[in-house]
Design a protein around this ligand. Structure first.
Ligand code: HEM
Length: 493
């Protein structure tokens, strides 16, 4: 019996060593086996934000164009050189069309069919089909809905009648983003800013809560032992959320058909058959997946970006004053055009997304054999095989002092017309890059800018005396503060 146990342990250990030497066997730089395990064990116990490991690796392997890393036992080539990133994301995109397998099993057909998860031609067809939702002309039509929702936030801040009100911006902007999403894509004014127990907001919370120790454990089990996950029915996505979206899409389409309502939004695009030249079979599952993906990808990202913008403004009074001046100069002519052309507002948003890239890592999967030539003496040529994973530690690039001087300082001037020319677009990628970049970037930027404009027209912000020092939550997938983010909103005359 002892011999059997020892044999199993030895085989297990050798398999692990073999797996964790995947890159060094090919001559690629990586941490030694013992260090990876030490880091893994420490991280499992202390659960630091994933961004810590990215920054540490970038410092440990200074000037490396790529290093070998591992994500839950899976090898990922971590690429850090902007020129190489350009090849993977844009020039040689055909070799890297897909995302890595994020969840080999979630027992959820909606996740399987989501735009994020789809592969090859299936992805191309669906992406082509939904892209018209986010053209400039369609986004322009959403301007007034976004304006209405932001006005409700202002009304809510004014409600108490006090000169200064303290608000948790994490929650406030989560509610605003919920209202904007359902308003612009479904034509539903759900008013979660006003109603504390609003169903749409509660669903949004459930759909995008990826915090907590047990979620990480579930995630690892699903990634590493999909069969075990299937047997025990482990899931990441809440089935109530999926069912909520399933019903919402069905009812929304039904009521538009019966009342002959035509709106140029997501559901409107879905309903128009001429937008479907490839004849994609639009089953309930695909439609639900589309809507749930847009919500999942847009809810947390937009609300976090708003939250970090207000946080930075509250801590940087000079920047805030400059932005207030620009807003005041434009307040009598507040149109879609004006907001999109406001230079300082754009610089502030760009800098927020640099310092706080809410989608803080990017990834791709190699779908055809690919060669990365050696360019330095200490490099070897890399032959990527089909299925090999690529990783880009976006947060570490955005915080690298060699790419952005004094990177922890919030400085919108980095993005003024003169300095902007010096920023490498493959080192600054808050929305990713190439054909698989973020489909909702223009929409997101409009929501951010309109909300910032509307709120700062009536209020300035300061950190609240109850605000705790900013600490990042222990999360595998999100760049969120650990605690509430309390800011004081002071009425402007
Ligand atoms: C500040 C807000 C946002 C940020 C920072 C952000 C960031 C990102 C990033 C980094 C990616 C990966 C891109 C890549 O791999 O090259 C992505 C993908 C995606 N985003 Fe966004 N996003 C935001 C808002 C939105 C919104 C509002 C929507 C939808 C309404 C959206 C929908 C998506 C979808 C569907 C994908 C996957 C695209 C595909 O695989 O074809 N995002 N986003």
């Amino acid at each position: 019996m002892l011999a059997l146990c020892l044999t199993i342990l030895t085989i297990g250990f050798c398999t692990l060593v073999h797996r964790y030497l995947h890159w060094s066997r090919r001559g690629i730089k990586q941490y030694p086996f013992w260090k990876i395990w030490l880091n893994n064990i420490r991280d499992f116990i202390t659960q630091p934000p994933l961004t810590d490991a990215m920054v540490r690796a970038r410092e440990d392997f200074k000037n490396a164009r790529y290093i070998g890393t591992y994500q839950n036992f899976k090898p990922r080539l971590c690429i850090e050189d902007p020129e190489l990133i350009k090849h993977v994301f844009v020039k040689d995109f055909d070799y890297f069309v897909d995302h890595n397998v994020f969840l080999p099993y979630d027992g959820d057909t909606v996740w399987e069919k989501s735009l994020f998860n789809l592969k090859g031609d299936d992805w191309k067809q669906l992406r082509g089909f939904v892209s018209p939702t986010f053209t400039s002309s369609k986004i322009k039509l959403m301007f007034h809905t976004i304006l209405e929702c932001s006005a409700q936030v202002v009304a809510s801040l004014k409600k108490s009648g006090k000169e200064i009100v303290e608000f948790d911006v994490k929650e406030l902007f989560g509610r605003l983003t919920t209202d904007v999403f359902f308003g612009t894509h479904f034509g539903i004014l759900c008013n979660s800013v006003e109603e504390q127990t609003n169903e749409f907001y509660t669903i949004g919370q459930k759909a995008t809560n990826f915090l907590g120790f047990w979620l990480k454990v579930r995630f690892i089990v699903i990634q590493v032992f999909p069969i075990v996950a299937r047997v025990f029915g482990l899931r990441i996505f809440d089935q109530n959320v999926t069912n909520f979206f399933r019903l919402l899409v069905k009812n929304n389409i039904k009521s538009r058909k019966s009342q002959q309502i035509a709106r140029p939004d997501l559901i409107g695009i879905i309903m128009k058959s001429e937008n479907n030249p490839d004849n994609i079979e639009l089953t309930d599952e695909i439609l639900t997946a589309l809507v749930a993906t847009f919500f999942g990808a847009g809810f947390d990202t937009v609300s976090s970006a708003l939250m970090y913008t207000f946080y930075e403004l509250s801590c940087n009074s000079v920047v805030q004053q400059k932005l207030l001046d620009e807003i005041d100069a434009n307040k009598d002519n507040f149109t879609y055009q004006t907001v999109m052309e406001m230079q300082y507002l754009n610089m502030v948003v760009s800098e927020t997304l640099r310092k706080w890239p809410v989608g803080f890592f990017l990834e791709r999967q190699c779908v055809k054999p690919y060669r990365i030539p050696a360019l330095k003496d200490d490099e070897v040529e890399v032959q990527l095989k089909v299925g090999d994973g690529i990783w880009v530690p976006l947060y570490a690039l955005h915080r690298d002092p060699e790419l952005f001087s004094d990177p922890d300082r919030f400085d919108p001037e980095r993005f003024n017309p003169e300095n902007k020319k010096n920023i490498n677009q493959y080192a600054y990628m808050p929305f990713g890059n190439g054909p698989r970049g973020c489909i909702g970037s223009r929409y997101a930027l409009l929501v951010l800018k309109v909300a910032i404009f509307q709120i700062l027209q009536s209020f300035s912000v300061r950190p609240s005396k109850n605000m705790l020092p900013l600490q990042i939550a222990r999360s595998y997938l999100q760049l969120l503060p650990k605690d509430k983010m309390l800011l004081d909103f002071r009425r402007r005359n």
